[in-house]
Design a protein around this ligand. Structure first.
Ligand SMILES: Cc1cc2nc3c(=O)[nH]c(=O)nc-3n(C[C@H](O)[C@H](O)[C@H](O)COP(=O)(O)O)c2cc1C
Length: 206
């Protein structure tokens, strides 16, 4: 297991193909605790994390996610340009993995669903916790993907999860042991995304 934070960040890919083997409770607690260590506005910690293992809930919510992929998001991606810096082949592999997840989401042994009370907002007090959860999963050898596709059917999914009317979900994080190997994330080089002092000015680092 990697312990170097930079190595963990470099290799925290979306792991969409998961084994059905159960996730040990001790690891899940470690992951959840990492989530609650995250920065959050005023340290109010209004986040709530619903751990879902119930097959009936996963089946109902997963069916909405699958519909969202097949009817809305999948077709949109298939007619769009590949992500920057990637080849059409690699992009097609990513879409195949995303489709696999859509068809198998309910089989992931456990989901963490980060939620917050009040009107839906930018999620800026939730996503630091989500990122900690992704990194912690990687650190303990668990695969996970940040997903938000269920929000295409937000009301239906939140009803399936039994959330109160004044609480919203911000993501579904399906977690399990990965079928494939962890590997480096693929991103465009710094030069194409970092500017110096002025918008568009090349970053020279000096
Ligand atoms: C806000 C957000 C929402 C995302 N929603 C989904 C999703 O619904 N389904 C999915 O398969 N991946 C989802 N992803 C994962 C991205 O597709 C993934 O991070 C990106 O393709 C880079 O791949 P990598 O994480 O393997 O490096 C989401 C990522 C972010 C940041």
């Amino acid at each position: 297991m990697p312990h170097d934070l930079f190595e963990i960040m470099r290799t925290t890919r979306s792991m969409r193909r998961l084994k059905p083997d159960p996730v040990p409770e001790v690891l899940l607690r470690q992951v959840l605790e990492a989530g609650t260590h995250a920065a959050n506005g005023g340290n109010m910690q209004s986040w709530r994390f619903v751990v879902i293992r119930d097959p009936a809930i996963k089946a109902e919510a997963g069916a909405w996610y699958r519909k969202g992929w097949h009817e809305i998001v999948g077709p949109r991606y298939r007619t769009s340009q590949p992500a920057p810096g990637t080849t059409p082949e690699r992009f097609a592999r990513m879409l195949a993995a995303a489709e696999y997840l859509a068809d198998h989401l309910h089989e992931a042994p456990v989901w963490i669903v980060p939620c917050a009370p009040g009107p839906r907002n930018t999620g800026s007090s939730i996503f630091p916790a989500v990122q900690n959860i992704l990194l912690a999963c990687r650190a303990v050898g668990l695969g996970c993907t940040l997903t938000t596709l269920h929000l295409n059917f937000e009301k239906e999914v939140e009803a399936a999860m039994g959330l109160p009317d004044d609480v919203h979900s911000y993501a579904i994080l399906p977690i399990g042991y990965p079928m494939g190997k962890f590997g480096p994330v693929r991103r465009t080089p710094l030069e194409s995304v970092v500017y110096q002092d002025r918008w568009g000015a090349p970053y020279s680092g000096g």
